[in-house]
Design a protein around this ligand. Structure first.
Ligand SMILES: [Zn+2]
Length: 317
């Protein structure tokens, strides 16, 4: 009888502990660490973002496991560390149609004085893929796909670091393995890094409030689409921000879902998302050898960076 009671009490305590943990996870939104100021919006430099794309494309094609991918990681780590960001490599093995591949995502948090607590997310996550699609037959350096968004994230890091505390609102993530090994992203082939990152987010005690994903953002001739999976409130924020910046004719709400790294953030980590992607279906050079620097401009990178920061300003006000 006593034994049964003890077992019963133990089970009850376990149940309470589990419910409490669940409550803490779902009811504690990540704390905002100050408003991202308008000076950070105006301070974003398209020229500086462009210089990062130049550096990345100069390393050559950067598919997963390549020498250029490793050089790109080291380049970002050195640059981010010098600005006061702490970086973390998230490495894992994935099964692909061409066999097992070692992937590495790069995570960054602004925390000049101490190592950040990686188990507690800041409120906002901004991600972009860093890998380029693997084409064994030709050189694909991906200036627009994915150099452009990577350059924007790198410049975001600089401009945010000049603002101190508000920079702690954001975790930057450079995803590996967005691209499929076969022709298109399908089933298990593609989004390797974001799937892994999203599954790991569930181990954190505090998750981000939302995730923003940028991709193919450097061509001024391609409208910047607000992907159809974007949460309604975030679409409204983005349209308002575009208007404030006078780029409302370039930024277009898109009704369809476009497969990208935001999908696992939604499906695996249950985050609302904002997906910004250039209208690549109108680009003759998409996934071709001529996705080169001449397709992108500092102006388009600057508009994307300012739009991102203006949205962040509105969300943290
Ligand atoms: Zn691509």
């Amino acid at each position: 009888m006593i034994k049964t009671t003890i077992v019963g009490i133990a089970a009850l305590l376990l149940f309470i502990a589990c419910s409490k943990k669940k409550d803490a996870d779902s009811s504690a939104p990540a704390a905002i660490t100050g408003t991202i100021p308008l000076e950070s919006v105006s301070g974003f430099s398209g020229e500086k973002a462009y210089a990062h794309v130049e550096a990345l494309t100069a390393f050559g094609p950067r598919p997963p496991e390549s020498e250029a991918y490793e050089k790109s990681l080291a380049y970002l780590e050195n640059y981010l560390t010098a600005l006061g960001w702490k970086t973390k490599r998230q490495s894992f093995k994935g099964i692909t149609p061409i066999g097992p591949i070692a992937f590495t995502n790069l995570l960054a948090r602004y925390s000049p004085d101490a190592e950040p607590d990686w188990t507690v997310s800041p409120p906002y996550l901004i991600g972009s893929h860093l890998d380029t699609k693997r084409f064994p037959d030709f050189q694909f350096v991906g200036a627009n796909d994915s150099g452009s968004s990577t350059g924007v994230l790198a410049e975001l890091a600089r401009v945010l670091s000049t603002q101190g505390e508000p920079a702690k609102n954001i975790e930057l993530v450079f995803f590996d393995g967005e691209e499929a090994f076969l022709e298109n992203i399908r089933g298990r082939d593609g989004l390797y890094g974001s799937k892994y990152y999203a599954s790991q987010l569930n181990n954190r005690s505090v998750k981000p409030r939302l995730g923003m994903v940028l991709d193919i953002v450097g061509d001024p001739k391609l409208p910047l689409l607000i992907g159809g999976d974007s949460e309604k409130n975030l679409v409204a924020h983005t349209q308002a921000a575009a208007k404030t910046l006078g780029i409302q004719n370039w930024v277009k709400a898109h009704s369809d879902s476009i497969i990208d790294d935001h999908i696992p953030l939604m499906s695996k980590a249950n985050l609302p998302v904002l997906h910004l992607i250039g209208s690549f279906m109108d680009a003759t050079y998409w996934h071709k050898a001529d996705d080169t620097l001449d397709k992108i401009t500092p102006g388009a990178l600057e508009n994307t960076g300012k739009l991102t920061l203006q949205v962040m300003h509105q969300l943290t006000k």
